[in-house]
Ligand binder design. Structure first.
Ligand code: CO
Length: 143
């Protein structure tokens, strides 16, 4: 294995995205039953979702509730119902990973990274090329 390949491999699973109809209803069993704690709830108007994060060790659950009928999460819920929506991997160099995926012929949702939360950059990979799993990449702001 080349060291270059190692360089652009994801460092960790940043979060697991779960599509839900109602944050309040969905959070109850995760909080009161499983004992997880909500670290933050925020609205992302550009994605038309309200999001709750629940840390679990090195990773987090990201519960996503649609705030409009035309949000991608609303459409997902209509088609598939509630459930796991995407996996998000943290990478050091998002452009290098996108380049390698493209070279490997993997269909991308985002050819270029876009702005994510807290100064991060994110990009999605189409589930068709990832065994049916929508994959998100995140490169955190370097501090
Ligand atoms: Co996500």
């Amino acid at each position: 294995m080349s060291s270059r390949k190692q360089d652009v491999a994801p460092g960790r699973l940043d979060h697991i995205g779960v599509a839900v109809r109602s944050l309040e209803d969905a959070l109850a069993p995760y909080k009161d039953g499983l004992g997880l704690i909500v670290s933050e709830i925020e609205e992302v108007p550009t994605e038309k979702v309200r999001v709750a994060f629940l840390p679990v060790g090195e990773t987090r659950l990201e519960l996503l509730e649609p705030t409009a009928d035309d949000s991608t999460i609303a459409r997902f819920l209509q088609r598939r119902g509630e459930g796991i929506h995407h996996l998000c991997f943290q990478v050091d160099d998002i452009e290098a990973v996108l380049k390698r995926l493209k070279k490997a012929g993997v269909e991308l949702v985002d050819e270029k990274p876009r702005a994510g939360a807290g100064g991060s950059r994110v990009a999605f990979i189409h589930p068709r090329g990832m065994a049916g799993v929508l994959v998100e990449l995140v490169e955190k702001e370097q501090v």
